[in-house]
Design a protein around this ligand. Structure first.
Ligand code: ADP
Ligand code: ZN
Length: 753
């Protein structure tokens, strides 16, 4: 017997299917998906690998074939559908198959040692009885052992030794007489280890009669699940429409039928609140993969999934790789969330992988959002996804919050400064007097990297791409220039004109969370303020702690970046302020408007979740622009119609695929030199391609963050008809360039500019 294996974490040179011989004693135990240790290379270093296929014969040079070193896990670590996806994932995300295996088999699995125990069993009850009857045995210990085994059956040697106070040698003596047999086996995992410290609360387990539109969605999805036709549903429901209830009802059905569910949520929403609530509703068969788990806990969760004990897997994007048994449903809640896309190699998208897995297994995919990504909504418009809509809030008494645009130009004239407008300040005072809370949202992305018109608050935008241009300081000649990150268009900053009002006075407008915090202490000296941003959440657990403090009402104001907008539920928060809303649009990404709309909607969803109606203020220098109008009236379709026009006009997704190549080097001169070589190569290569691929290439363009961890970075943007055309270019670059001399990263779905 032979097997083909892939080395876990293989680099490109070793990313092959290697053949090994399966020694006789492992035949039957080594299966497709088994994790094995294999001797590799000249020195026979042991490497971790996964068996992809078994074969009876091998037609190569048998003398060179080595034996598998050992079997590292008693059960296979990958299921058939996972093995079937490896090749596709490596193709689509430009990584090695070994790296895909690494994603699927996390290190907690590799590092886990099956606790082996020695069990003792009788070879034959008959013989044992005969020997006891014949009174041939002299040793009382021997007699006791046999009687114990006759009475209770197979047990561990440890149990025998403690119960009977006998020794291992005495057990061994019986083995030598041919009366008992010793076997090494994996001890039964303690299932109770799954239980976490989180306490279930009654309100979390409440069930509802579904509203008609919820019921309709559940019925449609369940039909899809039963048909096993790998359909994708887009559940488009306003905030508070009860999407979660739909997910839970579908998940319940799958569990009842014996199947399993992968339920993905943005990492940030994996709060203890959410976890205990899902467990409360779906029972013990839930495995949760969150970042606070220790390696041991993570392994336990993973093992419960693999053995089929866990039927519902709740986790962030990496959960899409879980070894679910008989997978019938994958849910992506808040499908538009950028955390579903990995920002480090391999740059995979959990949404793409969910769809791929659905094609392999026939399972159903449900994408849920109040603000679907433009790409997903477009797919639903084209009937690639089935659209399901929830148009009403689930709880009758819950009303949508009022969203009020505030003109900051006027506020500054009134003398209230550029941080807190008068109406927001007043609403906060009223809320605090009623023992309610407020959240202030400040988007720091793009902060002080863009120039904002002093008169109208508009960022300087690219004349070709209408995204905000990014400010770069040249360290060579001390000048400042503005650069577009999509086409590379560059403008000396003194030549900038506001595209809205023609003004030429600009500022690096904006303030940070710390400045805001200090300001709040002056305005509301008696209120406690909590701040959640990158700085205050550096230590593990800090994020959770801040949320808990705010939920326990230890502070009345929570300020933070976009991370506070997602999935949190504070019943006593009645006021939300979105500060510096213009800066959201000033990000250099083509998704800026989409992200702004999503953020405002989510932030608004935070207000008035309890019994009190909420109020939301959007502070902007240009509150009349369409995006803010649509956001204030919560008119997703109007937003979508405008956005899809813009994407079409500029050949952006979903009409064309965009790819990004980033070249990074510690030596700036070399970087520029090599970027130019790469530019020439790309232009030459693409000019020979079939026009049907509609290749466009831009660059080299300095990255938005030009200097990162001691490296300088230049990027290229490629547009083409689809992702596979983009990937074919990436493949050529991987093949033709020395990746040590040209350290490049490839992304066929860049999310942020
Ligand atoms: P979404 O995820 O769509 O924003 P949620 O799932 O958070 O909405 O639901 C909003 C609120 O409505 C929750 O408090 C939920 O418990 C409640 N809810 C959901 N479905 C129903 C229903 N059928 N009847 C009454 N309340 C419901
Ligand atoms: Zn441009």
């Amino acid at each position: 017997m032979y097997c083909g294996v892939i080395l876990r974490g293989a680099v490109r040179q070793t990313d092959r299917l290697y053949t090994y011989h399966v020694p006789e004693e492992l035949e039957g135990s080594v299966l497709p998906g088994s994790m094995v240790s294999v001797p590799f290379g000249m020195g026979d270093t042991q490497k971790t690998a996964v068996v992809i296929e078994l074969k009876d014969s091998f037609d190569g040079d048998l003398a060179k074939i080595k034996d598998i070193g050992s079997l590292m896990s008693s059960l296979p670590v990958l299921n058939g559908d996972q093995i079937a996806m490896i090749g596709n994932i490596s193709e689509r995300f430009n990584c090695t198959r070994g790296e895909v295996v690494e994603l699927m088999v996390p290190s907690c699995v590799v590092n886990h040692k099956d606790p082996m125990e020695v069990f003792v069993e009788l070879i034959s009850e008959q013989t044992a009885n005969d020997v006891l009857d014949s009174e041939k045995l002299r040793s009382a210990a021997h007699i006791n052992i046999l009687e114990y085994l006759l009475e209770r059956g197979k047990c561990t040697r440890k149990e025998l030794m403690t119960s009977l106070s006998c020794s291992a040698a005495q057990v061994k003596a019986l083995e030598d007489k041919g009366l008992v047999r010793l076997v090494k086996e994996t001890a039964e995992e303690d299932a109770s280890a799954v239980a976490e410290d989180e306490v279930l609360q009654d309100k979390f387990t409440e069930e509802y009669d579904l509203a008609p539109e919820q019921q309709e969605a559940v019925d449609e999805i369940c039909n899809g699940i039963d048909s096993r036709t790998a359909g994708t549903f887009l559940l488009f429901g306003i905030t508070g429409s009860g999407k979660t209830e739909v997910y839970l009802n579908c998940a319940k059905k799958v569990i009842a039928d014996g199947g399993s569910v992968i339920y993905l949520v943005p990492e940030i929403s994996l709060t203890p609140q959410t976890i205990s609530w899902i467990k409360g509703r779906l029972g013990d068969s839930v495995a949760v993969l969150h970042s606070r788990l220790t390696d041991k806990q993570r392994y336990e969760q993973w093992n419960n999934i693999r053995t089929g004990r866990a039927k519902v897997i709740v986790g962030p994007r990496s959960g899409v790789f879980a070894p679910a048994v008989d997978l019938r449903l994958i849910i992506l809640d808040e499908e538009h969330d950028s955390s579903y896309k990995s920002e480090s190699h391999p740059r995979y998208s959990a949404k793409d992988i969910a769809r791929l897995r659905s094609q392999k297994t026939g399972c159903t995919v449900v994408l849920g959002s109040a603000t679907p990504s433009v790409e997903s909504f477009y797919a639903a418009q084209k009937n690639a996804y089935k659209l399901l809509e929830l148009k009403n809030r689930a709880r009758q008494e819950a009303v949508l919050p009022e969203i009020i645009p505030v003109d900051m130009k006027e506020q500054i004239k009134l003398g209230s400064g550029d941080m807190l407008s008068l109406p927001l300040r007043q609403a906060m005072s009223v809320a605090f007097s009623e023992n309610k809370q407020a959240i202030l949202l400040l988007n720091r992305r793009g902060f002080s990297r863009t120039l904002i018109c002093e008169d109208c608050g508009e960022p300087v935008t690219c004349k070709n791409c209408s995204v905000a241009m990014t400010l770069h300081n040249s360290r060579r000649n001390g000048t400042q220039s503005l650069i577009c990150h999509y086409c590379g268009y560059t403008l000396p900053s003194y030549e900038a004109r506001c595209s809205y009002c023609g003004g030429n006075h600009f500022t690096k407008a904006g303030f940070g969370t710390q400045q805001l915090e200090e300001f709040l202490h002056q305005v509301f000296p008696h209120e406690k303020v909590l701040r959640m941003d990158q700085d205050s959440t550096m230590t593990p657990g800090a994020h959770k702690e801040i949320i808990e403090k705010f939920a326990n009402k230890e502070a009345s104001i929570l300020i933070g970046t976009q991370m506070i907008a997602k999935g949190l539920d504070f019943p006593d928060c009645t006021v939300v302020g979105v500060l510096g809303a213009d800066l959201m649009l000033a990000s250099s990404s083509f998704k800026a408007s989409e992200r702004a709309f999503q953020l405002i909607t989510q932030a608004a969803g935070r207000a008035g979740r309890g019994d009190h109606p909420g109020i939301v203020f959007i502070q902007s220098y240009r509150p009349d622009q369409p995006l803010f109008r649509f956001a204030c009236s919560q008119d997703y379709r109007a937003f979508y119609d405008q956005e899809i026009e813009y994407r079409k006009k500029l050949n952006l997704p979903p009409f064309k695929a965009v790819g990004e190549i980033v070249l990074s080097l510690t030596d700036e001169d070399k970087l520029i030199q090599r970027a130019n070589i790469l530019a020439k190569y790309l232009n030459d290569f693409l000019s020979f391609q079939d026009p049907k691929y509609q290749f466009e290439v831009y660059g080299p363009i300095p990255c938005v963050i030009y200097e990162l961890r001691g490296r300088y970075r230049m990027s290229f943007v490629i547009k083409s008809v689809n992702k596979s055309a983009i990937n074919s270019v990436f493949k050529r670059l991987i093949a033709d360039f020395d990746h040590v001399k040209y350290p490049m990263s490839f992304d066929n779905d860049p999310q942020e500019g």
